[in-house]
Design a protein around this ligand. Structure first.
Ligand code: UD1
Length: 421
């Protein structure tokens, strides 16, 4: 299994190109199931999760191929659906696979999707996805670890109230409602930029959607959708991660293609912690303010709040700040697996329930550590970039799920990083 070796202590300087957003690309790839015509996507990142999705879609009858000479362009085409089953071994690897449910049900009237099972960051149920599909008229049964959804006469528009703004449930319901009969309203919808990107792509395919990006989305169902071209938005989590790579090493990085408005409260949180994020030519410039990093609190919230997917990285940043920071996780249970690994590098962190108190230290020291999930892993990379001496990160397949060409991008801004088999 590959490992990453990092020799820390170099302030990172230069520019990093931000890739297309994984979490926007995944639902949009699943949207290809909704039409018999090709969906032509640009800015698709080259990641393990994208490859898993490609594999699942191919199993269902979608040809999903890269365009020769254009590695970030992918054409997905589902003239007919060959299977209505998303099997366990494909769903297990990636929770977002549950996003086949809405599109399959809407297109064919039936879907069998393996329950995703537990995952490293808490139980993560799919009850809201199922409740919404039932509201749209689907009959849902659970059998043998599979969700079996049926709507032989098609789905019917309905008002669905989400008690919690689930990103995945909003996306699944948006895709299902696009082909339902009549009007649907998703109240309490998630407002993430990835939802807006999915809605933009569906609209280009002929869907009638209003209010994406707000808590109330209205969809007028149409009888069929057509092919379209769409470019995926830049990855706000990748941008926030590289911003903090600049911060933790005391450097300065131009985040090419990044959008400040997509960072939501992360901008204010990072600025309160002693960083500056400013619009710059072609993107956003991230650097440490003259006073240096200061301990500052953060609480994860749905967008536009501070993203849970940046929580681990912020903890690495606060590990070397002057003073203490209280970091509270409100979205997922059990999302502090990075704490004991950061402690191996010398970070001083105490966890009390859903909050972690981080007391900044003068210096972290390199050590062997183990990656546990995607964002936890990259927090170890950030801490290692700041640490004195060498850090060896094991189980890095987690990083390949969500960070495109990580070593290359960090190497280009001066990091001493290498992947060894
Ligand atoms: C998406 C992102 C993930 C991010 C998360 C929160 C993708 C592929 N993944 O995950 O990176 O961390 O949003 O921003 O876009 N919940 C339920 N019942 C449900 C669905 C969710 O109780 O049916 C709960 C979850 O357990 C969690 C909260 O709602 O506590 C938010 O989850 P959700 O927004 O659905 O996250 P995902 O879409 O899985």
């Amino acid at each position: 299994m590959d490992r990453i070796l990092i020799e820390g202590g170099v302030p990172l300087e230069g520019a990093v190109e931000i890739s297309g957003a994984k979490n926007a690309a995944l639902p949009i790839m699943f949207a290809s199931l909704l039409t018999a015509e090709p969906l032509d996507l640009k800015n698709v990142p080259d990641l393990a999760d994208i490859a898993s999705t490609q594999k699942l879609l191919q199993h269902l009858g979608v040809s999903a191929t890269h365009v020769a000479g254009e590695p970030s362009r992918m054409v997905l085409h589902a003239p007919s659906i060959l299977s209505e089953t998303a099997p366990y071994d494909l769903v297990r690897k990636m929770r977002a696979s549950v996003l086949v449910l809405g599109p399959l049900l809407a297109r064919t009237g039936a879907a069998r999707v393996s329950l995703p099972g537990g995952c490293a960051i808490g139980p993560r149920p799919i009850d809201l996805h199922l409740m919404g599909m039932e509201k749209l008229g689907a009959a849902i049964e659970l059998e043998g670890g599979y969700v079996h959804a049926q709507a032989p006469n098609g789905l019917t528009g309905a008002e669905i109230r989400l008690p919690q703004p689930s990103v995945g449930a909003t996306e699944n319901l948006l895709m299902a409602a696009a082909l339902a009969k009549g009007e649907s309203v998703i109240a309490g919808a998630a407002r993430e930029p990835e939802i807006v990107d999915l809605a933009d792509c569906l609209t280009a395919m002929g869907a009638r959607i209003e209010g994406a990006g707000t808590s109330n989305i209205t969809i007028q169902g149409v009888t069929s959708l057509h092919g379209a071209g769409h470019a995926i938005i830049p990855d706000r989590i990748e941008a926030g991660t590289y911003a903090m790579a600049a911060g933790v090493t005391g450097g300065s990085i131009l985040l090419k293609n990044a959008r400040l408005d997509f960072l939501g409260a992360a901008k204010e949180v990072l600025e309160a912690a002693g960083m500056v994020l400013a619009p710059a030519e072609g993107g956003v410039l991230a650097r440490v303010a003259p006073g240096g990093l200061k301990g500052s609190d953060a609480m994860t919230r749905p967008f536009p709040g501070f993203a849970t997917d940046l929580q681990a990285q912020f903890m690495a940043l606060m590990s070397v700040a002057d003073g203490a920071a209280m970091i509270t996780e409100t979205i997922f249970e059990n999302r502090f697996m990075h704490v004991p690994e950061l402690a191996r590098l010398g970070a001083r962190i105490n966890v009390h329930g859903a909050s972690a108190l981080v007391r900044g230290v003068k210096e972290l020291k390199g050590a062997p550590v183990m990656a546990t999930d995607l964002r936890a892993s990259v927090s170890l990379v950030l801490a290692a970039l700041a640490a004195k001496g060498q850090t060896e990160i094991n189980r890095i397949y987690h990083l390949d799920r969500g960070y495109e060409r990580l070593e290359e991008k960090l190497g280009a801004v001066g990091a001493r990083i290498e992947r060894v088999p």
